[in-house]
Design a protein around this ligand. Structure first.
Ligand SMILES: Nc1ncnc2c1ncn2[C@@H]1O[C@H](COP(=O)(O)OP(=O)(O)OP(=O)(O)O)[C@@H](O)[C@H]1O
Length: 281
């Protein structure tokens, strides 16, 4: 680069949220990928089973995808906290903040549907000039059943359900985890809106079924057979498919920090974007 070149670091091709997301391997050692953008992903299982590992794998891909904005809700602060600097919004244990952010997402979604309708289209596609907005929530029950008043929790559930139901075509996929896979937290009607579902170790066949879908345990696919020491192992089911045993590729804190730092650098405001802003302002 010459001394007079603009202060924009050329970077190699980055990822896109429209690319398959690498999750880990299956029981045959084959790589497992996920096409998340027009779907949603639900992860459920007992505490310590490795759900956050899965969420971090998706967050890493999203962080490295310059066509993607990240919205993170993390009641524990530490599960997704390392991505806070690359997220447009990072919500901690604050239901008021969570509701404000979900309402904004709903407005963006409604605007995108109005745009789609005006253009005679059914879903956002690459090249439309609209970022994918990846919303990641750890843990659903924290906002829907633990903090806040009953009306606030109900509004959270209603907003989440709307986002999961309508967000996909608008380029707003949702990834959500819960360590309480029960009918009150994940009613069937909500569960079925998630095109991908991952059951980490569960204590009963019933809780495994709540994540994967009714009847899978009876057919031999139950996350109760995952050993407690086999963290990161899960059954992953895709809409219309059969559960597949996977092991999530685990990112250590150091690796996440390195990826998040790189992603923050790639995403930093560049000279040209600063000028655009100055002209616009
Ligand atoms: N894919 C994996 N490979 C190896 N070890 C893993 C994997 N996933 C998780 N672990 C180990 O298990 C621990 C707990 O994992 P994690 O925090 O992801 O569980 P969790 O299901 O999100 O728990 P919680 O419900 O409490 O949030 C990690 O700190 C790590 O040591």
């Amino acid at each position: 680069m010459s001394a007079n070149a603009p202060a924009v670091v050329p970077v190699g091709p980055s990822l896109s949220m429209y690319d398959p997301i690498y999750l880990g391997i299956d029981e045959f050692g084959e790589p497992v990928y996920l096409n998340l953008v027009y779907r949603n992903l639900l992860a459920g299982g007992e505490p310590g089973g490795g759900k956050s590992g899965l969420l971090n794998a998706v967050a890493a891909h999203a962080a490295l995808s310059v066509d993607t904005r990240l919205v993170l809700l993390d009641g524990k602060l530490v599960e997704l906290g390392l991505w806070a600097d690359v997220a447009d919004e990072f919500v901690g244990p604050d239901i008021t903040h969570a509701l404000t952010v979900l309402r904004r997402l709903q407005t963006v979604m409604n605007n995108r549907y109005a745009w789609l309708r005006a253009h005679g289209r059914r879903k956002i596609a690459p090249g439309d000039g609209m970022s994918v907005i990846t919303a990641i929530i750890d843990e659903i029950a924290f906002y829907s059943a633990t903090v806040g008043t009953k009306p606030e929790q109900e509004e959270f559930v209603a907003l989440l359900r709307d986002l999961v139901a309508r967000g996909r075509a608008a380029g707003i996929p949702v990834v959500a985890a819960t360590q309480r896979p029960s009918f009150d937290i994940i009613p069937t009607s909500l569960r079925d809106l998630f095109g991908y579902r991952a059951a980490f170790r569960c204590t009963t066949p019933n809780t495994s079924n709540i994540v994967l879908g009714h009847g899978w345990a009876e057919q031999g696919y139950t996350a109760t057979d995952i050993a407690p020491t086999n963290q990161g192992a899960a059954y992953l089911i895709a809409e219309g498919g059969t559960p597949r045993r996977i092991k999530v590729a685990y990112l250590s804190d150091t690796q996440i920090q390195a990826i998040a730092d790189y992603a923050a650098w790639v995403r930093r405001p560049t000279t040209s974007s600063r000028l655009d802003w100055e002209v616009a302002g």
